[in-house]
Ligand binder design. Structure first.
Ligand code: FES
Length: 128
């Protein structure tokens, strides 16, 4: 049911935790299942210098947070902002239909953390 990549990221998730002196934090919940994800970012030179996440969600959410944070680490804020749930689930080798919303927690959490950073810094929001 799950790809090898999902299982590998679930068993050995990257970037788990908090960044106490973060520059931005996103806290999002899934309307589908009610599970939560928190994403913490550090920004330097317009890029995501560091990113960590915590999820109170299922295994697919753990794998999505791991993969999503890996995908945007080091990217510019504009690049990271464009991440989608489809990209996260594709990078994981696909998710079962009923688990697609779990990858959305990662994409939304990342975008929400960047929005938080932008609103704190008063920078131009490069978002829709
Ligand atoms: Fe809630 Fe996956 S079922 S995040």
């Amino acid at each position: 049911m799950y790809s090898d990549k999902v299982i590998e990221h679930f068993q050995n998730p990257r970037n788990v935790g908090e960044i106490p002196d973060h520059d931005g934090v996103g806290k999002v919940g899934s309307p589908v299942c009610g599970d939560l994800m928190e994403v913490y970012i550090k920004v330097a030179g317009g890029r995501l210098a560091d990113i960590k996440y915590k999820t109170f969600g299922c295994g697919a959410a753990v794998a999505s947070g791991s993969m999503g944070t890996e995908m945007v680490k080091g990217k510019t804020l504009e690049e990271a902002m464009r991440i989608t749930d489809e990209q996260v689930s594709e990078a994981l080798g696909g998710l079962p239909e009923e688990k697609l919303h779990c990858s959305n927690l990662a994409a939304e959490g990342i975008q929400s953390a960047i929005k938080d950073y932008l609103s704190r810094s008063g920078a131009e929001a490069g978002q829709d």
